[in-house]
Design a protein around this ligand. Structure first.
Ligand SMILES: [Zn+2]
Length: 174
């Protein structure tokens, strides 16, 4: 990717192209990546979210941050994450900071194990259930260029169509 300017990172909304594109692994965890992680945590907390992925900060890199209770103290960074899901599927209402005003019941696995690197470059594995498992799957989707609109059923898609069109118009008129 081109030179990373963390000071310019801000919340991206649908249909910003970076949200729909696959991401690249982070090769070196340097000061810039630490700054990026901090910035992403700030954006997440300020926006009232529980998770934020690289593309949502305008960066096509494999990194996400999660804090299921929305506090800074709880925020954790996941670099180059891989996930493994287990357990049955469960439907639960989800939203996304990049799709404001769009909510839909999304089916996710009850359990999710993430293997990732932290900011010191140490690999770790963490298993989450319920909301945490859901957050891991939601953020991992972002790294594949996938959003909740791509996981909706047909009826939900029709219900969200108008709101998506509004977001498209806002983006074009920006
Ligand atoms: Zn999202």
């Amino acid at each position: 990717m081109t030179e990373l300017d963390v000071s310019r990172c801000k919340l991206t909304k649908y249909p910003t192209p970076v949200l729909m594109a696959p991401t690249e692994p982070i090769k070196t965890i340097d000061g810039k990546i630490c700054d990026l992680a901090e910035r992403m945590i700030d954006i997440m907390i300020r926006s009232g979210g529980v998770g934020l992925a690289g593309p949502q900060a305008g960066v096509n890199l494999q990194i996400f941050v999660v804090s299921v209770n929305g506090t800074k103290e709880n925020a954790k960074v996941y670099i180059n994450p891989e996930i493994e899901v287990s357990g049955g599927l469960e439907g639960y209402e989800e939203g996304c900071l990049s799709l404001p005003g769009v909510y839909a019941k999304i089916k996710r696995h009850k359990k999710c194990t993430v293997t990732a690197m932290d900011l010191d470059g140490n690999q770790f594995t963490e298993t989450g259930e319920g909301l945490l498992a859901r957050a891991f799957q939601h953020e991992y989707d972002h790294l594949q260029g996938r959003m909740i609109k791509d996981r909706m059923g047909r009826v939900q898609q029709i219900a969200a169509r108008r709101r998506l069109r509004e977001l498209e118009e806002q983006y074009e008129n920006k």
